[in-house]
Design a protein around this ligand. Structure first.
Ligand SMILES: [Zn+2]
Length: 291
């Protein structure tokens, strides 16, 4: 049995004017690890996150079943929150992390005592479906109407990011900004957006969906240099899994050999439990060898 936990999404899913913020997740199994090893590696990061969340979410919003479409429609921050919860469920709360001081004449390595629980922000009270903000340029006042970037936007941007990284940012703005109006022209939509939109909107979107971008504010213990670094949950988690899943086949073989469980039984077991069985088996075999 793989018990699911229920969490509250920071932004949530809007259906007919109602915001649904509940989601349930189960931890990874060997089958999910195998999927990541065989299929996941070839997918861009955003697509890999969609695929993994669609597998591990047991409930999402108002629908009966969890679809990839629904996972794509989640904001970047909701997807980040779900990944952090999934990481904690599967590999625990602690996130061992080593960083180097960016000062060229220092470069001191530091161990960070990061925890999933510290990176998860408390869900804000005022989740909104649509956002708007005021901008000024050359003495003209504008209003910008926008929505938050979703998984679908991240997937679309991923296609551009490799070949034309500068276009990826434009693409995201083009998809998420719904309308720009000028207040001196009867609030009519303007075709040519002021350049302030591209300058300010990314930061405003990040402010409305703070879980989407995790910035660590750090200070080097050696030289005292203050700096910030982005924590990318997807890269971190997938790299960890690539390491811990390396011996999946041997692990399945060992458990099948000693416990006579079927491959399917072992693969559908939560990964954490599989590792506990392997640990116990290792101890038993070690004791037998010592006798
Ligand atoms: Zn330093």
């Amino acid at each position: 049995m793989n018990t699911a936990v229920t969490i509250t999404l920071p932004a949530g899913i809007w259906r007919e004017g109602i915001c649904h913020r509940e989601a349930s997740l189960r931890q990874l199994t060997g089958a999910d690890e195998l999927f990541l090893l065989e299929v996941g590696e070839s997918l861009p990061m955003a697509h890999r996150v969609t695929a993994l969340l669609a597998r591990c979410l047991t409930a999402l919003g108002p629908g009966d079943s969890v679809t990839s479409e629904a996972v794509r429609s989640l904001t970047a921050g909701d997807r980040e929150a779900l990944l952090l919860h999934l990481r904690r469920l599967t590999l625990g709360d602690r996130l061992p992390c080593v960083l180097s001081c960016p000062q060229p004449d220092c470069g001191k390595q530091m161990d960070l005592a990061l925890k999933v629980s510290d990176l998860l922000l408390p869900p804000g009270p005022d989740a909104k479906d649509r956002h708007e903000t005021a901008l000024n340029e050359n003495g003209r006042a504008y209003r910008v109407y926008f929505r938050l970037p979703t998984g679908a936007d991240q997937e679309a941007a991923a296609a551009f990011a490799r070949s034309r990284p500068e276009s990826a940012a434009d693409l995201l703005l083009g998809r998420c900004v719904e309308k720009v109006t000028a207040e001196d022209s009867n609030s009519e939509a303007v075709e040519d957006w002021p350049s302030a939109v591209a300058r300010h909107l990314p930061a405003m979107m990040a402010e409305c969906d703070p879980q989407a971008e995790l910035t660590l504010n750090l200070s080097c213990p050696e030289c005292g240099h203050d700096f910030s670094a982005l924590f990318d949950t997807a890269s971190y988690f997938f790299q960890e899994l690539a390491g811990s899943s390396r011996f999946l086949y041997q692990e399945v073989h060992l458990l099948a050999f000693y416990h006579h469980w079927s491959e399917a039984e072992i693969m559908n077991m939560p990964s954490q439990r599989r590792r506990q069985y392997l640990e116990s088996l290792g101890e038993t075999l070690g004791e037998e060898r010592r006798r």
